[in-house]
Structures are given as C-alpha cells and as structure tokens.
Design a protein around this ligand. Sequence first.
Ligand SMILES: *[C@@H]1O[C@H](CO)[C@@H](O)[C@H](O)[C@H]1NC(C)=O
Ligand SMILES: *[C@@H]1O[C@H](CO)[C@@H](O)[C@H](O)[C@H]1NC(C)=O
Ligand SMILES: *[C@@H]1O[C@H](CO)[C@@H](O)[C@H](O)[C@H]1NC(C)=O
Ligand SMILES: *[C@@H]1O[C@H](CO)[C@@H](O)[C@H](O)[C@H]1NC(C)=O
Ligand SMILES: *[C@@H]1O[C@H](CO)[C@@H](O)[C@H](O)[C@H]1NC(C)=O
Ligand SMILES: [Zn+2]
Length: 425
Amino acid sequence: MNQTIFGCYLQTLVLFLVAITHAVRISYDGYKVYQVTPRTRVEADLLREFEEDIHFDFWSEIRAVDFPVDIMVAPGAQEEFEDFLDNQNLEYTTIIENVEEKIQEEDSRQRRQVRVDRGNVTFTEYMRHDEILAYIEQLTVDYPSIATTEVIGKSFEGRDLTVIRISSGASNKSIIFIEAAIHAREWIAPPVALYIINQLVENSNYTNMYEDIEWVIFPVVNPDGYEYTHTDARLWRKTRSTATICNGVDGNRNFDFQWMVTGASSWQCSETYAGRSAFSEVETQAVKNFFDSHRGRIKLFIDLHSYGRLLMFPWGYTSDPPSDFEELQSLGERVNDAITSVRGTNYTVGTAISILYPTSGGSRDYAKAVGGIDLSYTIELPAGGNAGFNPDASEIIPVVTEIWEGIKVFYDYVVEKYVNGTKTV
Ligand SMILES: *[C@@H]1O[C@H](CO)[C@@H](O)[C@H](O)[C@H]1NC(C)=O
Ligand SMILES: *[C@@H]1O[C@H](CO)[C@@H](O)[C@H](O)[C@H]1NC(C)=O
Ligand SMILES: *[C@@H]1O[C@H](CO)[C@@H](O)[C@H](O)[C@H]1NC(C)=O
Ligand SMILES: *[C@@H]1O[C@H](CO)[C@@H](O)[C@H](O)[C@H]1NC(C)=O
Ligand SMILES: *[C@@H]1O[C@H](CO)[C@@H](O)[C@H](O)[C@H]1NC(C)=O
Ligand SMILES: [Zn+2]
C-alpha cells in the first residue's frame, strides 16, 4: 500500500468512526440505578471510592448519612458492586432495572410531533436550545423597552451563549443573575429560568420587579452538552470540549477559586473532571467575563441544578462558615418557606459542605469569593417523581411555579438590602 492510498484509507476510517459515533445514540441498555443509603460516615466514605470509576455515575450526590444516593452502574460492574454492597452490609434497592427502557419510555411520552412555534415558550415539554433562544429573541421584539439579549460568548461548538436582560428605567442598577444548565442533563433547570423570564416580561402583575433591579438570565450555560443530551446521550453532564481520551469538562469544577482542591477530578473521563486548567472552558470564561464587566452591580447569583431539593450557599470547599452565614441561612429559609407554601415541597438549606461532600471550583463559591457577590446560591431542583433523572414533562409546571414564589422572596430581599437600604434579615 503506498502512502497516498494508506492516507486515504485512514481518512475514510476516521470519517466512518466519526459518522458512527455521531449517528448512533448512546444506549444505556442494561444500566441499573441503585439507591444506596449509607448509615454511617464510614459507609458514605466507602461509596465515594466509586466516584472516579467510569462504570459508575452518581445521579445524586452523596450527602450526610441516612440520605439515599442514586448511582447508575454499567452492566459489567453490577455483579461486583452488588457483592460489595452485600459484603459491607450496605442498605440498597434497585430503583431502575434498565435505564435505556426508562429513556425510551420518556421519549415516547415526551417526543414532540411538532416543534415549538418559533418564538413561543412552553412549559409542558422540554425545549431545545434553538427554541429557547428563539423565545428570548422574540421577547426583545415584543417588549423592546424592557428585554434585550446579549451574546456573551460562543460555546466550544460555536453556539451562541445568550443572556437576556430585563430592566426598565435607569441603567447601572443592581443585578440579579441567574444561570441554568451548566450541567447538560439537568433538563428541569432551563424551564425554571424560562419561567422567571416569562413571568417578569409577560405577566403584567410583575412590572415593578424590574424597575429597581436588572435581571440577567442565562438559560443554558452549556448548550453543546444540552443539545448532546437531546441527540446523542441523554445522561451527558459535561461540556463538549475535546480531549485525548474522553471529551468534556465539568463546568461546575472549572472556576478559578480553589480549583482542583477538593471534590474534583484531574482524570478527563471523570464526571467531575475540573479541566486541564481553571477556566479552560469557553462557557465558564463567559460567566467570569460577565462577572468582571459588572463588578459591584451583581447582588444575587443563583445557579440552577438538579437533583436533590437543596438550597445551598458557600462554602463548598471548607467547613469554615462564611462571615455572613446567619444572613445566608435565614434568607435561604425564607425562600424555602415560600416554596413550601405552594404544595409542601421542602428544600434543605445550608452551606454546600454541610449538605454534601466537599467540592471546589464551582460557580457559587467563585461568585462570592472572587466575583464579590455576597448572596450566592445553588438550587438543586427536585428529581423526577418516578425515579427518572428529571421530572416528567407534566411536572415542569408545578416545579417552576413553586420556585417562582422563592424567587420573589430573593427579589424582595435584594431590594430591601441594596435598593431601599433597609435590611431586615
Ligand atoms: C405562539 O404564540 C402566539 C402569540 O404569542 C400565539 O398566537 C400562538 O397561538 C402560539 N402558538 C402556540 C402553538 O402556542
Ligand atoms: C395577577 O394578579 C391578580 C391578583 O392577584 C390575579 O388574580 C391574576 O390571576 C394575576 N394575573 C396573572 C396573569 O398571573
Ligand atoms: C454603577 O454602579 C456601581 C455599583 O453600584 C457603582 O460603583 C458605579 O459608580 C456606578 N456607575 C455609574 C456610571 O453610575
Ligand atoms: C423541612 O425539612 C427540615 C429538615 O431539612 C425539617 O426540619 C422541617 O421540619 C421540614 N419542613 C416541612 C414543612 O416538612
Ligand atoms: C422599597 O421602597 C419602595 C419605595 O419606598 C416601596 O414601594 C417598596 O415596597 C420597597 N420594597 C421593598 C421590597 O421593601
Ligand atoms: Zn448539576
């Protein structure tokens, strides 16, 4: 074989491999989800050992003892894992026998015959990234005096990283910044962001809410990953930047504060891979640049995730409480009370480290420590009612409407503290 023919052959092979890896949806056939409930710290530590193993995918994070943790396990590792659980006398149940069947079921229930009309929003289905952008662009056409969009960067694959600003009257006001879907598979997060946008802009009851405050909402931080979960791999979490063995970085471990210090991985195939350096990802850079260019104005930062029903504030990396712990805890509890008043949904409120194992390099800690945003929260939204990764589409409305009540409490507090200057918490 001469070199040209060999080169040609190689190229064809590469194209073929690229084609099959892109055309075939990743199957989770035979994958099981176990729910393990550690009863002691020792048992919880035992589970942690599996976090780095590529056969294991932690759907919910390990919390303090006596809280169940959902772990998806690849077929080849199940027997050994069950033996391990039995030998260690760990309490567990199987909550999903075959993840692929679950996804197919979800697909057949949720697959849309028609796309959402360009420019419209829906809360009865999960929208694609282009539909989300079309909706917020339409708002700037329909409500030009209050809504504007801004592209704050391009994703690794070249998608627009678009935020919407909602504001009237004066410029240079205090900002509430809300972001969603830095983790691609957490599908319930963008609808929450969209509902906040929808109520602020389209419900005339709330026109006062953007007179004294500017809202900036970033509905899909990681659009490449988000689209990939729709087209290729439903359970993709990371960005889609390429690397030598495994693609993608955990955007919520990629921020330059205590980067790679704890609860993050340097192994590129890990679900919590922190990246080859802090801010290696263009998506996290875009958030950083936004913080930088609005320094001093952003008063509240909210990062939307799923799942867990958790309302967490800094720190994630140290158990030393922040100096304003009382304020953050008390505000979190007031927000939770408002959410609970709707239909009883109860969030656990506290510092991230008091609820989860230590993590570092996330946007919440960065926002407070480096971004100078005192009020910084992560919201882990509820799980699906019937053991899926995310709520069934029929559960979007109940989730987004109850969160909205909590958002109003956040808003009132920011106004009291930074606009009216009468802090009451
Ligand atoms: C899309 O929105 C327009 C106006 O906002 C409305 O007239 C139309 O009925 C909507 N279409 C759908 C399918 O909801
Ligand atoms: C606006 O508020 C009124 C009074 O609370 C309520 O009856 C009405 O349903 C609200 N409208 C919308 C669109 O939410
Ligand atoms: C804008 O607001 C920030 C923070 O409130 C303040 O430091 C800055 O001086 C203001 N700039 C202008 C032009 O008013
Ligand atoms: C909510 O959960 C907390 C513990 O996280 C508990 O103390 C409280 O009683 C619960 N509230 C409701 C309304 O269930
Ligand atoms: C802030 O002050 C304005 C004007 O005095 C008042 O109408 C509004 O209710 C106050 N808002 C909050 C949340 O305290
Ligand atoms: Zn997440």
